[in-house]
Write a protein that binds this ligand. Structure first.
Ligand SMILES: [Zn+2]
Length: 354
């Protein structure tokens, strides 16, 4: 993929957006999406909503969440150690020793997540996963007074990892869940803008907030956009590495192309339209069979107003919710192309009644 396109993904990763504190990355997204849309607005929740061809019918919404996991500083002790609450769902065993950035008005401050050292642990402590309550952030000061000059309680932090190329198409970073999803829908809007004479539907781009704490931005933005059809893009775990079971979660791999969800929480006709668009564009796709809830923004959007015909397109990812999530740029490119082809196939005659 073109380095100028990867630069946008790199810029989003470099800009922190823990749930509830997304506006810095939303600013980066507004600057990019304005080139491909007719109008851009931000709602009271912080969602960025942009439209291309806004007066046509039906309305199709492409959405991904821009928030990432983070930490909220709650208390600073006499020695200047910061105690925090998690923003979103962590595996606590991935945290000790991690470098973090605490975001302050004066810029990011480096910190380290501390925990009692392995040499000092008793047998029981060594044999179990650490608890978040046994960790703190160390910013290298020696008193509360010194810490307070740098950081106030209520500040947020994110892990410090940035985007790096791993090999061939593979990139690694924190927060690829779900800034890589935003990347695919921005890229799809860019391609739709280039072919806008062929566009029959109106397309709404939504960079949604607060997914990691419960799909909240998706609920409010879909109410306001009021689409007939909505496609959510998010990352999904793969079964292509040790410790996972294809028998339990199905067969999804990196570089295998878009993973399309099939099941009761997606509209069967929209799923079929995505399959048809993939076949037409010559894009190989994978299947994500989900018996129930998808635990993505698909779910709240589906129940908006009198119901929305939703579908879920998944980006294969290894090591989700760690500082080293891996996704494939080739998969991102194919998902963007699939979304653009899908939207171009929709017109007023499109039937989404199952
Ligand atoms: Zn997530």
């Amino acid at each position: 993929m073109d380095e100028s396109r990867v630069a946008f993904l790199r810029r989003m990763i470099a800009t922190p957006s823990p749930s509830g504190f997304e506006q810095p990355v939303q600013q980066v997204i507004r600057e990019e999406i304005q080139h491909y849309t007719n109008e851009v607005r931000t709602d009271v929740h912080g969602n960025v909503i942009a439209a291309l061809n806004p007066t046509s019918h039906p309305r199709v919404m492409l959405t991904a969440h821009c928030d990432e996991l983070g930490f909220l500083v709650r208390y600073i002790d006499e020695q200047g150690f910061l105690y925090f609450a998690p923003i979103g769902g962590y595996d606590p065993s991935t945290l000790p020793g991690e470098r973090v950035h605490i975001h302050t008005a004066a810029g990011p401050i480096l910190g380290i997540i501390g925990r009692k050292g392995v040499h000092l642990m008793d047998r029981e402590e060594r044999g179990r996963a650490p608890k978040l309550s046994e960790m703190w952030i160390d910013i290298g000061v020696s008193s509360k007074e010194e810490a307070l000059k740098l950081v106030a309680p209520g500040s947020v932090a994110t892990r410090a990892a940035q985007l790096e190329l791993l090999r061939e198409h593979l990139v690694v970073s924190r927060a690829l869940d779900n800034k890589s999803g935003i990347f695919t829908i921005v890229e799809a809007m860019c391609r739709l803008h280039e072919q806008r004479e062929k566009l029959k539907a109106s397309v709404y781009f939504v960079s949604a907030v607060q997914e990691e704490i419960g799909g909240r931005g998706a609920a409010t933005s879909s109410y306001s956009v009021d689409p007939l059809i909505a496609v959510a893009v998010d990352t999904i775990w793969t079964s292509d590495h040790p410790g996972t079971s294809k028998q339990e979660i199905g067969e999804i791999k990196l570089n295998g192309g878009p993973a399309l969800t099939i099941g009761g929480f997606v509209n069967p006709r929209v799923y079929q339209l995505l399959v048809a668009a993939a076949n037409e564009a010559g894009i190989a796709y994978q299947l994500d069979p989900e018996a129930g809830a998808t635990s993505t923004d698909n779910d709240p959007i589906r129940l908006t107003r009198a119901g929305v015909a939703t579908a879920l397109v998944n980006i294969p990812s290894r090591y989700m919710h760690t500082a080293s999530e891996i996704v494939s740029l080739k998969d991102l490119d194919e998902i963007a192309e699939l979304l653009a082809c899908f939207v171009l196939s929709i017109d007023e005659q499109t039937n989404v009644i199952p």
